[in-house]
Design a protein around this ligand. Structure first.
Ligand code: NDP
Length: 281
């Protein structure tokens, strides 16, 4: 019997799986489309029902692919997409959301994020998000690539405190958020979505990590994902178009890592000693 995927409760009260599916680099090449659709459907079958996409990915291609993958099972999915900062004025956010909905072949997003901070005032984007929420086109909204000072500013604008999530770079090798952003979000009830949770594969060749994984008959990717999900309120969204690796990633929920091994991971990948500016991909 597989262990269930842990869940994270959003400020709206909805619980979502702490292990979802990323889609960056999907929907870019027609010849890979069926493989990618099969991968997304396999991920859903495995219970990784939070799907993260963006209008940016494949210039809408990733959203179209997700639309095909979840066509007959929309209600099983917690669907997340993102608006380009350049589209984040009041009017353009609404148009961008409607275009995303068309590509995704659905009438609502569960969570809509501002992809990163741009030139439009936060008040304006937040007001568009709140409008979309009232219209039933999105269930909740959040941000991405916001550091602590950005979050403070956001919380100071009208309705800014309704932000449900902040999606940021977080993995064993990029632990900067642990200094202040992660505790800030945990205190305010803002879920943290960890993007690049296996560092796009770069972290997997670390010899110490390989040794720790072996002790659990696990893989380095599984330990890397377990590390991210161990934190309260953190959701990991690894991307894979490979059926075997999807099953492997799902297996990260089986790991029960000892305190000694968490300490060993801290030695290998030290937590931040001071504030670091938020890193981005
Ligand atoms: P990930 O850390 O998820 O790594 C993805 C890469 O690792 C792919 O090349 C994948 O290849 C490979 N991979 C996946 N699983 C395994 C495994 N078990 N063993 C070995 N290799 C594996 O990086 P991403 O940057 O894709 O981040 C995940 C998601 O986060 C994105 O897809 C996107 O949805 C989101 N994101 C958001 C950003 C933002 O600014 N908000 C920025 C970057 C990402 P393969 O497919 O062949 O398995």
């Amino acid at each position: 019997m597989q262990e269930p995927i842990p869940t994270v409760q959003l400020s709206s009260g909805i619980s979502v799986p702490a292990l979802g599916l990323g889609t960056w680099r999907m929907g870019e090449t027609r010849s890979r489309a069926q493989t990618e659709i099969d991968a997304l459907r396999q991920g859903l079958d495995l219970g990784m029902t939070l799907v993260d996409t963006a209008e940016m990915y494949g210039d809408g291609g990733a959203e179209s692919l997700v639309g095909l993958a979840m066509e007959d099972r929309r209600d099983d999915v917690f669907l997340v997409s993102k608006v380009y900062p350049g589209n984040a004025s009041f009017e353009k956010t609404i148009r961008a959301c409607e275009a995303s909905l068309r590509r995704l072949k659905t009438d609502r997003l569960d969570l809509y994020l501002l992809h990163w901070r741009g030139e439009y005032p936060l008040e304006e984007t937040v007001s568009a998000f709140e409008h979309l929420k009232r219209e039933g086109k999105i269930g909740a909204w959040g941000v991405s690539n916001f550091d602590t000072d950005d979050m403070e500013e956001l919380f100071a604008v009208p309705d800014g405190q309704n932000c449900a999530a902040n999606q940021v770079l977080y993995n064993l090798a990029r632990r900067g958020i642990e200094h202040d952003l992660l505790p800030w979000c945990q205190e305010k009830g803002v879920a943290v979505m960890a993007y690049s949770p296996i560092d796009q594969g770069h972290v997997l060749s670390n010899a110490g990590l390989i040794d720790i994984a072996k002790a659990y008959q696990a893989t380095p990717a599984q330990v890397a994902l377990a590390f991210v999900m161990e934190r309260d309120g953190v959701i990991a969204i690894p991307k894979s178009s490979n059926l075997k690796r999807l099953a492997e990633n799902r297996g990260s929920c089986e790991l029960d890592i000892t305190d000694e091994d968490w300490d060993a991971l801290d030695e290998l990948f030290p937590p931040p000693a001071a504030k670091m500016p938020l890193e981005m991909r």
